[in-house]
Design a binder for this molecule. Structure first.
Ligand code: ZN
Length: 398
């Protein structure tokens, strides 16, 4: 009996802290009085918990004069660089490691090529020195790293931290990525599917401060999606929610790696475009041919844009998001066509909703996945501050 109460109280305390942190994140700066109003907690609880969060050095006080004659107000905001986060993106052909502060600002970043390396241990060997450099840099600043977020091609079993069988990712099937990284670097490690990590970059550090329902679509070697609804990532009952690359666009089309036929990915991804064009090896070759007036390439681009427009229309009708955010390796080649795509999508959906169609570019460009990996840890920090900062808690007074 006696053991249950403290655990329960600790849980309630963490939930209340999470609520306070969430509200401060939403509003950027809040007074204690505003926190009482926004959270429904008592002013005593707000006083105690904000004091602890200040001792944890997650938030700090700052003085602002409000509108009325010289009245000073004490505001609370994040202490943005007391704690740092490492974001790691492992892709099919490259990796990126970033060190960020709590606002997603990149302090250090490094990228590397892993084309042709199909052994996870070898890939981690390449990443290790960079991670050690970042740990040393953080130690030099006196800012602890609170966690390592990892973005990697899915699907994965997040309960045990293993990859399942990601398509076109030989050597990684069943790999225990989470425990392998934890053992190597001694950091609390979170893992997420790359498209969902990208969505989380927007949710915490990009458009998500203003938008609660967003859909992230990444277009590259594959086409993936991540759905944020009411501020939460949605995974579905089999982890397949938002697998937008596998909606059927071509009846009786080519068989896809997922088993379906005529998926958007089979025609709209980089390999899909190159296969339909048949005139070169790389996506650079393709767009060069378009620019040089190659008729077949131009026709193939027109078709690609039509697939994109059709898929986006379907996504608006299916998910009804406030915004669809586009990114991935293919996207920079398509940005010049986005005005046309936007107006075509608007023309194809219900008239009353046309003004609400928002299609935006990914906030972090080529670093979207790595920043998203860091955002994954930030989200955990906001939800479970006591669990994420066990070594930095102030000493309990008996
Ligand atoms: Zn498919």
């Amino acid at each position: 009996m006696t053991d249950i109460k403290p655990i329960y109280l600790q849980k309630v305390k963490q939930q209340n802290m999470a609520l306070i942190l969430q509200k401060i994140w939403e509003h950027e700066t809040l007074s204690r009085v505003e926190l009482v109003e926004l959270t429904g907690l008592t002013s005593g609880t707000i006083t105690n918990l904000t004091q602890e969060l200040i001792q944890l050095r997650l938030i700090r006080e700052s003085e602002t004069s409000s509108g009325t004659v010289g009245r000073k107000r004490i505001m609370l905001k994040y202490l943005q660089d007391r704690y740092l986060i490492v974001g790691l993106d492992i892709g099919r052909t490259s990796y990126e490691v970033v060190l960020t502060d709590l606002t997603g600002r990149i302090l250090k970043s490094v990228e590397g090529n892993i084309v042709g390396i199909h052994d996870p241990e070898k890939v981690l060997d390449l990443i290790t020195p960079h991670l050690e450099t970042m740990k040393a840099y953080a130690a030099g600043k006196g800012s602890p790293i609170i966690g390592l977020g990892t973005s990697i091609p899915g699907p994965m079993d997040k309960k045990i931290g293993n990859l399942l069988k990601p398509p076109n990712f030989p050597g990684w099937e069943g790999y225990p990525i989470q425990s392998a990284l934890e053992a190597r670097f001694g950091l609390k490690t979170c893992i997420e599917d790359d498209a969902r990590a990208s969505a989380l970059a927007e949710r915490w550090y990009g458009l998500g401060r203003k938008v609660q329902d967003l859909l992230f679509v990444t277009m590259g070697m594959g086409i993936g999606g991540g759905v944020i609804m009411k501020g939460e990532i949605v995974v579905g009952s089999n982890g397949l929610y938002g697998q937008v690359g596998h909606i059927t666009l071509v009846p009786n089309g080519a068989v896809c790696a997922c088993g379906n036929e005529g998926c958007w990915e089979t025609v709209g991804s980089i390999p899909g475009i190159l296969r339909r064009w048949g005139g070169g090896e790389t996506i650079d070759d393709f767009f060069q041919a378009v620019n040089q007036g190659d008729v077949k390439a131009a026709e193939c681009l027109k078709e690609t844009l039509y697939y994109l427009e059709s898929a986006l229309t379907t996504l608006f009708n299916t998910y009804d998001p406030e915004v669809i955010v586009l990114g991935g390796r293919l996207y920079p080649y398509l940005t010049m066509h986005m005005d046309e795509i936007r107006s075509r999508v608007k023309a194809r959906i219900y008239a009353f909703a046309q003004d609400r169609v928002h299609i935006e570019s990914a906030t972090f460009g080529a670093s979207q996945n790595a920043v998203g990996a860091a955002a994954l840890v930030f989200g955990e920090l906001l939800a479970k501050p006591l669990q994420m900062l066990p070594n930095y808690l102030p000493q309990e007074t008996p």
